[in-house]
Write a new protein. Structure first.
Length: 186
């Protein structure tokens, strides 16, 4: 399996870092692309510099390199996850503005009918945000807000992050044991 992981500038970089760690542990090939603001947010929120983040991925692609393999539909991937996904990135993807590698790879995912998951981070949501996410949903994109359920009684931020990463893995069809499912015993 090949998964593109995009990290944009929305808050919630911890989800992207955790997803990369889990995919690496599972031996899944990842192609990482990080926006300029995404790089800043990862460092600010997680204390991780880009060089360290790159080590969590199988391959890293510079966001300015529109000639990277993931910019082409002929480069086969199984899915793409943008986590976190800023509202600027949501809008760019919704309207096909492929002005960097992250948005181009998302555009390719849509045009090739491949799985695309966006994990939007904004609150409150404006009508513009909601309309852009609705447009993505109508295009077949999975919109997965990082809104954890609390029925599993998470005890830490790590538990909450695991819930969201588990939901992402569910959407990718990847088996895991990161979350307690409704009706399961503790």
């Amino acid at each position: 399996m090949k998964v593109i992981v995009g990290v944009s500038g929305g808050s919630g970089a911890i989800y992207g870092v955790a997803l990369l760690k889990v995919l690496k542990e599972l031996g899944i090939e990842t192609h990482l692309v990080v926006s300029t603001l995404g790089e800043h947010v990862v460092e600010h929120e997680c204390g991780i510099k880009l060089d360290e983040l790159k080590k969590l991925a199988t391959y890293y692609h510079d966001n300015k390199n529109l000639a990277a393999p993931i910019a082409s539909g002929s480069f086969k991937t199984d899915a793409m996850v943008i986590v976190p996904c800023s509202m600027k990135t949501v809008a760019s993807v919704a309207y096909g503005l492929s002005d960097n590698l992250l948005t181009r790879a998302a555009d390719v995912s849509i045009k090739e009918n491949r799985k695309l998951i966006v994990v939007p981070r904004e609150s409150p949501l404006s009508t513009i945000h909601l309309e852009n996410m609705l447009k993505l949903s109508k295009l077949g994109v999975t919109v997965l807000p990082p809104s954890p359920g609390f029925y599993s009684q998470p005890e830490s931020i790590g538990d909450i992050v695991a819930l969201i990463v588990g939901r992402i893995l569910d959407q990718l069809g990847i088996e895991h044991n990161l979350l307690k499912r409704w009706g399961e015993e503790a």
